[in-house]
Design a protein around this ligand. Structure first.
Ligand SMILES: [Cu+2]
Length: 373
Protein backbone atom coordinates (compact mmCIF):
# COMPACT_ATOMS: atom_id res chain seq x y z
CA UNK A 1 0.00 0.00 0.00
CA UNK A 2 2.95 2.33 0.57
CA UNK A 3 4.89 0.88 -2.32
CA UNK A 4 4.33 3.86 -4.66
CA UNK A 5 5.71 6.23 -2.06
CA UNK A 6 8.70 4.01 -1.32
CA UNK A 7 9.34 3.52 -5.03
CA UNK A 8 9.46 7.28 -5.46
CA UNK A 9 11.79 7.51 -2.45
CA UNK A 10 14.14 4.89 -3.83
CA UNK A 11 14.17 6.52 -7.25
CA UNK A 12 15.09 9.81 -5.57
CA UNK A 13 17.86 8.06 -3.64
CA UNK A 14 19.29 6.49 -6.79
CA UNK A 15 19.13 9.79 -8.66
CA UNK A 16 20.91 11.58 -5.84
CA UNK A 17 23.60 8.90 -5.80
CA UNK A 18 24.05 9.23 -9.57
CA UNK A 19 24.34 13.00 -9.47
CA UNK A 20 26.85 12.83 -6.63
CA UNK A 21 28.81 10.31 -8.68
CA UNK A 22 28.88 12.61 -11.69
CA UNK A 23 29.81 15.60 -9.55
CA UNK A 24 32.56 13.69 -7.80
CA UNK A 25 34.33 12.81 -11.02
CA UNK A 26 35.19 16.50 -11.46
CA UNK A 27 36.83 16.43 -8.05
CA UNK A 28 39.04 13.41 -8.62
CA UNK A 29 42.12 15.62 -8.41
CA UNK A 30 41.45 16.42 -4.74
CA UNK A 31 44.35 16.90 -2.38
CA UNK A 32 45.63 13.65 -0.87
CA UNK A 33 48.15 15.40 1.35
CA UNK A 34 45.34 17.27 3.07
CA UNK A 35 43.59 14.02 4.04
CA UNK A 36 46.76 12.54 5.42
CA UNK A 37 47.50 15.50 7.67
CA UNK A 38 43.92 15.66 8.92
CA UNK A 39 43.81 12.01 9.95
CA UNK A 40 47.31 11.96 11.42
CA UNK A 41 47.21 14.56 14.14
CA UNK A 42 43.98 16.50 14.35
CA UNK A 43 41.57 16.13 17.26
CA UNK A 44 38.48 17.40 15.45
CA UNK A 45 38.25 14.32 13.23
CA UNK A 46 37.56 11.01 14.90
CA UNK A 47 38.69 8.36 12.48
CA UNK A 48 37.77 9.57 9.00
CA UNK A 49 40.84 7.71 7.78
CA UNK A 50 39.12 4.36 7.33
CA UNK A 51 42.41 2.45 7.45
CA UNK A 52 42.63 3.38 11.16
CA UNK A 53 39.01 2.65 11.95
CA UNK A 54 38.71 -0.20 14.48
CA UNK A 55 35.63 -1.94 13.07
CA UNK A 56 34.43 -5.49 12.41
CA UNK A 57 34.77 -6.44 8.73
CA UNK A 58 31.25 -7.86 8.60
CA UNK A 59 29.51 -4.60 9.58
CA UNK A 60 28.49 -1.71 7.32
CA UNK A 61 28.23 2.00 7.94
CA UNK A 62 30.71 2.06 10.81
CA UNK A 63 32.75 5.01 9.52
CA UNK A 64 32.55 8.26 7.57
CA UNK A 65 34.80 9.55 4.82
CA UNK A 66 36.17 13.05 4.39
CA UNK A 67 34.47 15.28 1.85
CA UNK A 68 35.37 14.15 -1.67
CA UNK A 69 36.94 10.88 -0.56
CA UNK A 70 35.92 7.57 -2.17
CA UNK A 71 36.16 4.06 -0.89
CA UNK A 72 35.55 0.93 -2.93
CA UNK A 73 35.27 -2.44 -1.25
CA UNK A 74 34.84 -6.12 -1.91
CA UNK A 75 33.58 -8.43 0.78
CA UNK A 76 33.17 -12.17 0.64
CA UNK A 77 30.90 -13.69 3.23
CA UNK A 78 30.49 -17.40 3.82
CA UNK A 79 27.99 -18.95 6.17
CA UNK A 80 27.57 -22.60 7.02
CA UNK A 81 24.39 -24.02 8.51
CA UNK A 82 24.03 -27.57 9.80
CA UNK A 83 21.57 -29.83 11.65
CA UNK A 84 18.06 -29.09 12.84
CA UNK A 85 16.81 -27.38 15.98
CA UNK A 86 13.49 -26.11 17.35
CA UNK A 87 13.76 -23.42 20.03
CA UNK A 88 16.92 -24.50 21.84
CA UNK A 89 16.37 -28.26 21.32
CA UNK A 90 18.34 -30.14 18.69
CA UNK A 91 16.24 -32.40 16.45
CA UNK A 92 17.19 -35.72 14.85
CA UNK A 93 15.87 -36.68 11.41
CA UNK A 94 13.43 -39.09 13.14
CA UNK A 95 12.03 -36.22 15.22
CA UNK A 96 11.65 -33.97 12.15
CA UNK A 97 9.75 -36.57 10.08
CA UNK A 98 7.38 -37.15 13.02
CA UNK A 99 6.21 -33.51 12.71
CA UNK A 100 2.89 -32.80 10.96
CA UNK A 101 2.97 -31.33 7.45
CA UNK A 102 0.68 -28.25 7.33
CA UNK A 103 0.27 -28.68 3.57
CA UNK A 104 -0.72 -32.36 3.77
CA UNK A 105 -0.69 -34.81 2.07
CA UNK A 106 1.56 -36.40 3.16
CA UNK A 107 0.47 -36.08 6.80
CA UNK A 108 4.06 -35.74 8.11
CA UNK A 109 7.23 -34.01 6.96
CA UNK A 110 9.29 -36.28 4.71
CA UNK A 111 12.32 -34.20 3.70
CA UNK A 112 14.95 -33.04 6.23
CA UNK A 113 17.52 -30.29 5.52
CA UNK A 114 21.02 -31.49 6.41
CA UNK A 115 23.30 -28.54 5.76
CA UNK A 116 23.55 -25.30 3.81
CA UNK A 117 26.39 -23.23 2.36
CA UNK A 118 25.86 -19.56 1.58
CA UNK A 119 28.40 -17.53 -0.37
CA UNK A 120 27.98 -13.79 -0.79
CA UNK A 121 30.18 -11.53 -2.91
CA UNK A 122 29.55 -7.88 -2.10
CA UNK A 123 30.79 -4.86 -4.04
CA UNK A 124 30.48 -1.54 -2.28
CA UNK A 125 31.26 2.10 -2.91
CA UNK A 126 31.32 4.96 -0.38
CA UNK A 127 31.65 8.66 -1.06
CA UNK A 128 32.06 11.56 1.36
CA UNK A 129 29.48 14.14 0.30
CA UNK A 130 30.52 16.39 3.16
CA UNK A 131 32.64 15.72 6.24
CA UNK A 132 29.50 14.74 8.14
CA UNK A 133 27.70 12.67 5.49
CA UNK A 134 28.87 9.68 3.45
CA UNK A 135 26.68 7.86 0.94
CA UNK A 136 27.15 4.27 -0.04
CA UNK A 137 25.85 1.70 -2.50
CA UNK A 138 26.13 -2.06 -2.41
CA UNK A 139 25.51 -4.83 -4.92
CA UNK A 140 25.88 -8.52 -4.24
CA UNK A 141 26.02 -11.86 -5.93
CA UNK A 142 25.11 -14.93 -3.95
CA UNK A 143 25.15 -18.66 -4.20
CA UNK A 144 23.24 -21.06 -1.95
CA UNK A 145 23.44 -24.84 -1.71
CA UNK A 146 21.29 -26.99 0.55
CA UNK A 147 21.53 -30.75 1.14
CA UNK A 148 18.52 -32.83 2.20
CA UNK A 149 17.54 -36.38 3.14
CA UNK A 150 14.29 -37.79 1.74
CA UNK A 151 12.20 -40.38 3.64
CA UNK A 152 9.40 -42.52 2.22
CA UNK A 153 5.93 -42.95 3.72
CA UNK A 154 7.23 -45.75 5.97
CA UNK A 155 9.84 -43.40 7.41
CA UNK A 156 12.80 -45.07 5.70
CA UNK A 157 15.50 -42.93 4.15
CA UNK A 158 15.43 -43.34 0.38
CA UNK A 159 18.14 -40.88 -0.65
CA UNK A 160 19.67 -37.41 -0.56
CA UNK A 161 19.63 -34.45 -2.90
CA UNK A 162 21.08 -30.97 -3.21
CA UNK A 163 19.33 -27.81 -4.37
CA UNK A 164 21.20 -24.71 -5.52
CA UNK A 165 20.38 -21.12 -6.36
CA UNK A 166 22.54 -18.21 -7.41
CA UNK A 167 22.33 -14.68 -8.76
CA UNK A 168 22.32 -11.06 -7.75
CA UNK A 169 20.75 -10.04 -4.44
CA UNK A 170 18.91 -6.89 -3.40
CA UNK A 171 20.63 -3.59 -4.35
CA UNK A 172 21.16 -1.27 -1.41
CA UNK A 173 21.85 2.43 -1.08
CA UNK A 174 22.37 4.27 2.18
CA UNK A 175 23.60 7.36 3.91
CA UNK A 176 25.79 7.60 7.00
CA UNK A 177 25.24 10.90 8.84
CA UNK A 178 27.17 12.14 11.85
CA UNK A 179 24.78 13.24 14.58
CA UNK A 180 27.33 13.96 17.29
CA UNK A 181 31.07 14.26 17.56
CA UNK A 182 32.97 14.35 20.84
CA UNK A 183 36.69 14.50 21.47
CA UNK A 184 37.21 10.77 20.87
CA UNK A 185 33.71 9.59 20.08
CA UNK A 186 31.09 9.93 17.39
CA UNK A 187 27.48 8.96 16.84
CA UNK A 188 26.42 8.01 13.30
CA UNK A 189 22.95 7.59 11.87
CA UNK A 190 22.56 4.92 9.19
CA UNK A 191 19.64 5.15 6.79
CA UNK A 192 19.42 2.74 3.87
CA UNK A 193 16.94 1.42 1.37
CA UNK A 194 17.14 -1.83 -0.57
CA UNK A 195 15.34 -2.65 -3.80
CA UNK A 196 13.95 -6.13 -4.56
CA UNK A 197 16.38 -6.97 -7.37
CA UNK A 198 17.12 -10.47 -6.01
CA UNK A 199 15.04 -13.34 -7.40
CA UNK A 200 12.31 -14.89 -5.24
CA UNK A 201 11.22 -17.43 -7.87
CA UNK A 202 14.23 -19.78 -7.92
CA UNK A 203 13.40 -23.42 -8.43
CA UNK A 204 15.24 -26.71 -8.25
CA UNK A 205 14.97 -30.46 -8.65
CA UNK A 206 13.95 -32.38 -5.54
CA UNK A 207 13.69 -36.06 -4.60
CA UNK A 208 10.11 -36.78 -3.50
CA UNK A 209 9.01 -39.34 -0.84
CA UNK A 210 7.77 -41.46 -3.79
CA UNK A 211 11.34 -41.71 -5.09
CA UNK A 212 10.62 -39.55 -8.14
CA UNK A 213 12.25 -36.23 -8.99
CA UNK A 214 10.31 -33.01 -9.52
CA UNK A 215 11.18 -29.39 -10.25
CA UNK A 216 9.64 -27.15 -7.58
CA UNK A 217 9.82 -23.56 -6.32
CA UNK A 218 12.60 -23.61 -3.70
CA UNK A 219 11.79 -22.70 -0.06
CA UNK A 220 12.18 -19.14 1.25
CA UNK A 221 15.69 -19.76 2.63
CA UNK A 222 16.95 -20.55 -0.88
CA UNK A 223 15.59 -17.38 -2.52
CA UNK A 224 18.00 -14.53 -3.31
CA UNK A 225 16.13 -11.43 -2.19
CA UNK A 226 13.37 -10.32 0.15
CA UNK A 227 11.04 -9.35 -2.69
CA UNK A 228 10.08 -6.19 -0.79
CA UNK A 229 11.50 -2.69 -0.54
CA UNK A 230 13.26 -2.66 2.80
CA UNK A 231 14.35 0.14 5.11
CA UNK A 232 17.72 -0.30 6.83
CA UNK A 233 17.97 2.12 9.75
CA UNK A 234 20.79 2.07 12.27
CA UNK A 235 22.83 3.93 14.85
CA UNK A 236 26.57 3.51 15.37
CA UNK A 237 28.44 4.90 18.36
CA UNK A 238 32.20 4.50 18.38
CA UNK A 239 35.18 5.79 20.25
CA UNK A 240 38.90 5.46 20.58
CA UNK A 241 41.53 6.01 23.26
CA UNK A 242 45.15 5.70 22.22
CA UNK A 243 45.60 2.34 20.51
CA UNK A 244 42.20 1.11 21.66
CA UNK A 245 38.90 1.47 19.85
CA UNK A 246 35.38 0.30 20.54
CA UNK A 247 31.91 0.65 19.14
CA UNK A 248 28.25 -0.26 19.37
CA UNK A 249 25.79 -0.55 16.52
CA UNK A 250 22.08 -1.11 16.16
CA UNK A 251 21.04 -2.15 12.66
CA UNK A 252 17.62 -3.20 11.40
CA UNK A 253 15.86 -4.46 8.28
CA UNK A 254 12.26 -3.26 8.12
CA UNK A 255 9.98 -4.44 5.31
CA UNK A 256 8.15 -1.46 3.86
CA UNK A 257 5.58 -3.61 2.06
CA UNK A 258 3.09 -6.10 3.54
CA UNK A 259 3.82 -8.66 0.87
CA UNK A 260 5.99 -9.20 -2.18
CA UNK A 261 4.84 -10.44 -5.62
CA UNK A 262 4.66 -14.01 -4.31
CA UNK A 263 2.46 -13.12 -1.34
CA UNK A 264 4.76 -12.89 1.70
CA UNK A 265 7.26 -10.70 3.50
CA UNK A 266 10.33 -11.81 5.44
CA UNK A 267 10.37 -10.98 9.14
CA UNK A 268 11.79 -7.68 10.33
CA UNK A 269 15.30 -8.08 11.70
CA UNK A 270 17.06 -6.20 14.52
CA UNK A 271 20.74 -6.54 15.36
CA UNK A 272 22.88 -5.19 18.20
CA UNK A 273 26.65 -5.30 17.96
CA UNK A 274 29.39 -4.44 20.46
CA UNK A 275 33.07 -4.54 19.60
CA UNK A 276 36.50 -3.57 20.77
CA UNK A 277 39.95 -3.76 19.27
CA UNK A 278 43.58 -2.78 19.48
CA UNK A 279 45.58 -1.05 16.78
CA UNK A 280 49.25 -1.98 16.50
CA UNK A 281 51.86 0.43 15.11
CA UNK A 282 52.50 -1.80 12.09
CA UNK A 283 48.96 -1.34 10.71
CA UNK A 284 47.47 -4.47 12.23
CA UNK A 285 44.17 -4.26 14.12
CA UNK A 286 42.88 -7.16 16.22
CA UNK A 287 39.45 -7.15 17.78
CA UNK A 288 36.38 -9.06 18.83
CA UNK A 289 32.66 -8.56 18.42
CA UNK A 290 29.54 -9.65 20.31
CA UNK A 291 26.23 -9.63 18.42
CA UNK A 292 22.58 -10.27 19.16
CA UNK A 293 20.08 -10.79 16.35
CA UNK A 294 16.33 -11.16 16.56
CA UNK A 295 14.11 -11.78 13.54
CA UNK A 296 10.38 -12.42 13.14
CA UNK A 297 8.96 -15.31 11.14
CA UNK A 298 7.61 -14.86 7.61
CA UNK A 299 4.23 -13.16 7.16
CA UNK A 300 1.97 -14.52 4.42
CA UNK A 301 2.87 -17.39 2.14
CA UNK A 302 4.04 -18.27 -1.37
CA UNK A 303 1.53 -21.00 -2.37
CA UNK A 304 4.09 -22.44 -4.82
CA UNK A 305 6.15 -23.53 -1.81
CA UNK A 306 4.44 -26.54 -0.22
CA UNK A 307 6.83 -29.52 -0.10
CA UNK A 308 6.83 -31.70 3.08
CA UNK A 309 10.00 -30.01 4.37
CA UNK A 310 10.31 -27.66 7.41
CA UNK A 311 11.72 -24.83 5.23
CA UNK A 312 8.41 -24.66 3.28
CA UNK A 313 6.58 -23.39 6.40
CA UNK A 314 6.77 -19.57 6.88
CA UNK A 315 6.40 -20.07 10.67
CA UNK A 316 9.75 -21.90 10.77
CA UNK A 317 11.80 -18.75 10.18
CA UNK A 318 13.44 -16.24 12.48
CA UNK A 319 14.56 -16.53 16.07
CA UNK A 320 17.15 -15.13 18.44
CA UNK A 321 20.88 -15.56 17.93
CA UNK A 322 23.95 -14.59 19.92
CA UNK A 323 27.25 -14.58 18.04
CA UNK A 324 30.88 -13.79 18.70
CA UNK A 325 33.26 -12.57 16.04
CA UNK A 326 37.04 -12.28 15.89
CA UNK A 327 38.49 -9.87 13.37
CA UNK A 328 41.88 -8.84 12.04
CA UNK A 329 42.42 -5.86 9.72
CA UNK A 330 45.68 -4.92 8.13
CA UNK A 331 46.63 -1.75 6.26
CA UNK A 332 50.18 -1.96 4.92
CA UNK A 333 52.34 1.05 5.79
CA UNK A 334 54.23 0.99 2.47
CA UNK A 335 53.31 4.15 0.47
CA UNK A 336 52.27 2.07 -2.54
CA UNK A 337 49.58 0.46 -0.40
CA UNK A 338 48.27 3.69 1.14
CA UNK A 339 44.50 3.48 1.64
CA UNK A 340 44.17 -0.31 1.34
CA UNK A 341 42.67 -2.42 4.10
CA UNK A 342 42.68 -6.23 4.13
CA UNK A 343 40.46 -7.91 6.68
CA UNK A 344 39.27 -11.28 7.89
CA UNK A 345 36.60 -12.16 10.41
CA UNK A 346 35.34 -15.41 11.90
CA UNK A 347 31.84 -15.72 13.31
CA UNK A 348 30.60 -18.33 15.77
CA UNK A 349 27.10 -18.73 17.22
CA UNK A 350 26.96 -18.96 21.03
CA UNK A 351 23.18 -18.98 21.44
CA UNK A 352 20.36 -19.98 19.05
CA UNK A 353 16.69 -19.96 19.98
CA UNK A 354 14.86 -20.71 16.74
CA UNK A 355 11.22 -20.08 15.73
CA UNK A 356 10.19 -23.62 14.81
CA UNK A 357 12.28 -26.41 13.30
CA UNK A 358 15.10 -24.99 11.18
CA UNK A 359 18.81 -25.41 10.56
CA UNK A 360 21.36 -24.10 13.05
CA UNK A 361 24.16 -21.70 12.23
CA UNK A 362 27.51 -23.47 12.26
CA UNK A 363 30.06 -20.75 11.51
CA UNK A 364 30.71 -17.77 9.25
CA UNK A 365 33.71 -16.20 7.58
CA UNK A 366 34.17 -12.73 6.07
CA UNK A 367 37.04 -11.52 3.90
CA UNK A 368 37.31 -7.84 3.07
CA UNK A 369 39.36 -5.58 0.87
CA UNK A 370 38.77 -1.85 0.73
CA UNK A 371 40.57 1.04 -0.86
CA UNK A 372 40.05 4.70 -0.01
CA UNK A 373 41.23 7.46 -2.33
CU1 LIG B 1 34.38 3.47 3.77
Amino acid sequence: MISKKTLALSAALLLTTTSFTAQAQDHSHHDHAHHMSVSAGSTDHTGHDHTKSIEPNSLMGTHLHDKGEWMVSYRYNYMRMEDMRNGTNDLSDAEVIALPNPYAPPANLRVVPVDMDMHMHMLGAMYGVTDWMTIMGMAMYMKKDMDHNTYNMMGNKIGSFETSSGGIGDLKGSAVIRLYEGKNTQLLLNAGLSLPTGSITEDGEVLTPMGTTMTLRLPYAMQLGSGTIDFHPGLTYSGNQGHWGWGAQYAAEIRLEDENDEGYSLGNKHQFHLWGGYSFDNGLILGSRLSYTTQDDIEGRDTNISAPVPTANPDNYGGDWGNVGLFANYSPSHPEWQGHVFGVEADLPIYQDLNGPQMKQDYGLTLRWSYGF
